[in-house]
Write a new protein. Sequence first.
Length: 109
Amino acid sequence: MKILVTDQVGTEHELEGLEGWRVMEVIRDWGLNIKAECGGALSCATCHVYVDKSWLDVVGAPSDEEEDMLDSVGDVRSNSRLSCQLLMSDALDGLKLTLAPSAAKEEAA
Ligand code: FES
């Protein structure tokens, strides 16, 4: 199964992932610019992504804890999610998202 990820400089990448992986892990393991500092423990918000609007219903709403973490970033939008909270499954095959500036390992130029 695949996800389509646009990075912070606008390049689109098609990444292969496995069922049950966190979307954050797929992005990180393919070497894209995502910090994911806490490794998926929902305590950093540096795995912040914008889910393509056409996928919002499939992905569903964030938990209260996730929303609290998202409130801590300055570039939050209505389609913001933390990618460590999204698990790869058949339903998410083809998921499109964009890496948020605040997920970058270094300050984006
Ligand atoms: S990796 Fe830290 S909240 Fe997702």
